[in-house]
Design a binder for this molecule. Structure first.
Ligand SMILES: C[S@@+](CC[C@H](N)C(=O)[O-])C[C@H]1O[C@@H](n2cnc3c(N)ncnc32)[C@H](O)[C@@H]1O
Length: 149
């Protein structure tokens, strides 16, 4: 039993797709004894967030320069929710002239705000991993200080 309480978030126009996904997978998550729901969370709105996640999963969320700071602001707020909160970010490193600089800018920006622990390919699932997909564990540096005090 996992008993995970999962909240899927995205922009309002994507909520129907998230709800469809939740419905299609309901046998799986119901069997686990947990729950799943979808909520709007627009990184640029600085809206109230009424859940306190233990683990934040982000897949392929880095693709516009303009969204880097709003995304990191949101992530910082969510990572501060509990003492043990951390984020796992996965991102396909794309070679296109538009996407390459966005990833470099993102990496420079997260270094200033988070402790980054790369999840090595050898630690990842052999089927669900790829050499061009980065997986990073992110924690707030202030939490490290609390742990060592
Ligand atoms: C490349 S898709 C990845 C979707 C999904 N995580 C996946 O891996 O299939 C990027 C997602 O970021 C969402 N997004 C873009 N700007 C956003 C914002 N300001 N706030 C919240 N989500 C945003 C998009 O709606 C889109 O669903």
């Amino acid at each position: 039993m996992t008993l995970a309480e999962v909240v899927l978030t995205d922009l309002a126009n994507v909520l129907p797709a998230l709800n469809k996904n939740i419905e299609m997978n309901k046998d799986l998550w119901k069997q686990s004894g947990g729950s799943a729901r979808a909520e709007e969370l627009d990184w640029s709105k600085h809206a109230e967030i009424d859940f306190k996640p233990e683990i934040i999963l982000l897949a392929d969320c880095v693709y516009y320069t303009e969204s880097i700071e709003p995304l990191l602001d949101t992530l910082e707020r969510l990572c501060g929710a509990r003492n043990d909160t951390y984020a796992l970010l996965s991102q396909e490193e794309r070679d296109t002239p538009n996407q390459k600089p966005v990833w470099s800018q993102f990496v420079e920006a997260i270094k200033k705000r988070f402790k980054i622990t790369p999840v090595m390919l050898s630690e990842q699932h052999p089927t669900y991993s790829s050499h061009d997909i980065r997986v990073l564990k992110l924690t707030l540096p202030s939490k490290d200080k609390k742990e060592t005090q």
